[in-house]
Write a protein that binds this ligand. Structure first.
Ligand code: ZN
Length: 151
């Protein structure tokens, strides 16, 4: 048996979730009038919090807050377009100027090497797509949980 009194956190846990409290703590509470009184006080407090009506506003808080927020500015994605254009230009120029070398490499490379390279590229693409889908689902899950907590 524990001789020291329980802490506030232990008593709160005992009141809120008795199944999470250890047997030693339960035995102490059953034998200790001081801890029983504190547990009864916390039980009253928890019941009062639970029974208290949720506050309601007589106005639409959401619309008032949304009116105060600035309009989001949708900037044109110049940087992304420039990087994409530069990348495409680089690939096209490389293909034009190095076509003779590329053609010779492709024709002289063994079929097995080409098949291996293509297979590796496809496998990498599949794993990247799976990772992207997994991240998307995780973010959606997080957003939905955050939305649920607000309500
Ligand atoms: Zn005690």
């Amino acid at each position: 048996m524990i001789t020291a009194h329980l802490t506030d956190a232990e008593i709160q846990l005992y009141v809120a979730e008795p199944e999470m409290t250890s047997d030693q703590l339960k035995i102490h509470i059953q034998d200790c009038a001081n801890c029983q009184t504190m547990a009864a006080n916390y039980q009253l407090l928890f019941n009062g919090i639970h029974d208290h009506a949720k506050p309601r506003f007589d106005f639409d808080l959401t619309s008032l807050v949304l009116e105060q927020l600035p309009e989001p500015k949708r900037a044109f994605p110049w940087a992304a377009i420039m990087v994409s254009g530069f990348s495409v230009l680089l690939i096209v120029l490389s293909s034009i100027f190095l076509w003779s070398i590329l053609d010779a490499v492709i024709r002289s490379a063994p079929l097995l090497l080409m098949a291996t390279a293509i297979t590796a590229a496809v496998v990498i693409l599949i794993f990247q797509a799976l990772e992207m889908v997994k991240n998307h689902q995780k973010q959606i899950h997080t957003l939905l949980n955050a939305k649920t907590l607000q309500l």
